[in-house]
Design a protein around this ligand. Structure first.
Ligand code: HEC
Ligand code: HEC
Ligand code: HEC
Ligand code: HEC
Ligand code: HEC
Length: 165
């Protein structure tokens, strides 16, 4: 089969251009200590988001489940897989898994999950279709304008002090 000009462009020119200009921000997303697949858990296996992120309904933070929670299922499920062996390592050493934070705001901005979840705002409205994602590849930039847009649409307060205390 004859390779067209476009194919060669993707093989040579694009990688070269990326090396020169620097990779776009998503490649800076460091790998997680465990390659955790949301599409398997929340997609194929339909485990509810709040089964793992138990803080969302009642506190500012949604929370990442502890290693004990993982072991609750993975003592048996897929126990022979390499990634699961790594989880067992953390569990046996009594160490938390050092997950890398993805969604984050600067310190001067306050966010609280609880009122949003109680007002039936879906996780996906803010985080995207997580149940289809095998892993996070980029760290999204959250901007004030985006918070304000939805607050105005839903008639929620936009007073500075609710988010800047
Ligand atoms: C089996 C447990 C489990 C389920 C179910 C689950 N998650 Fe997660 N979630 C995790 C773990 C572990 C991490 C940390 C690893 C990572 O970032 O991929 C995480 C990370 C996240 C993050 C990024 C946190 C950060 O660092 O900013 C978001 C957002 C998230 N989950 C949303 C969801 C949503 C929405 C659902 C349902 C559609 C869901 N999760 C279902 C375990 C789970
Ligand atoms: C209104 C928008 C919004 C909704 C709805 C929302 N989140 Fe978040 N989430 C955020 C923002 C903003 C952050 C970063 C907060 C910070 O850095 O203080 C965040 C952070 C997180 C984190 C990492 C930090 C933490 O709180 O533990 C997880 C995990 C998470 N969200 C999961 C969820 C899940 C699961 C749902 C649904 C049950 C959900 N979120 C609904 C906006 C939202
Ligand atoms: C409610 C049960 C349950 C919980 C809790 C759970 N998992 Fe899973 N996990 C599963 C199932 C089911 C699969 C799919 C196994 C399969 O395909 O054979 C899976 C698959 C995986 C895989 C892919 C294994 C592979 O290589 O095929 C990883 C990695 C994983 N889980 C990590 C975690 C981590 C980390 C936690 C804790 C934050 C966690 N799981 C919590 C049920 C769970
Ligand atoms: C998709 C819509 C949506 C987005 C996006 C959104 N919010 Fe909200 N927000 C709401 C709703 C709905 C409420 C609940 C109002 C209620 O309790 O009646 C709320 C409530 C709040 C409250 C509590 C208000 C109070 O009166 O105590 C804070 C704080 C807040 N949001 C901060 C934020 C921040 C910060 C962001 C951006 C990072 C954000 N919100 C993004 C819809 C949204
Ligand atoms: C619904 C939540 C919310 C409300 C209401 C809100 N802010 Fe913000 N604000 C944020 C978030 C989140 C950020 C951080 C993200 C960013 O820099 O855009 C931020 C950032 C800022 C910044 C830094 C901007 C920059 O470019 O670094 C200033 C200044 C600011 N807000 C002022 C205000 C003032 C003044 C008001 C009232 C008129 C207000 N904010 C109302 C959520 C809010």
């Amino acid at each position: 089969m004859k390779r067209g000009k476009r194919t060669w462009m993707f093989i040579f020119i694009v990688p070269l251009a990326l090396c020169v200009t620097g990779f776009p921000p998503f490649s800076e997303m460091p790998a997680q200590p465990i390659d955790f697949p949301h599409n398997v858990h929340a997609g194929a296996k339909k485990i509810p988001c709040q089964y793992c992120h138990t803080g969302a309904r009642r506190s500012p933070v949604a929370m990442i489940p502890s290693v004990d929670r993982c072991i609750g299922c993975h003592k048996i499920i897929a126990a022979d897989k390499a990634e699961i062996q790594k989880i067992k390592g953390y569990y046996e050493r009594g160490e938390p898994i050092p997950w890398v934070r993805i969604f984050t705001l600067p310190d001067f901005a306050f966010f609280n999950h609880a009122p949003h979840i109680q007002a039936q705002v879906k996780c996906q409205m803010c985080h995207g279709p997580i149940e289809t994602v095998d892993r996070f590849r980029q760290r999204p930039a959250i901007e004030m304008g985006w918070c304000l847009k939805c607050h105005r649409e839903k008639n929620v307060s936009v007073d500075c002090y609710i988010c800047h205390r």
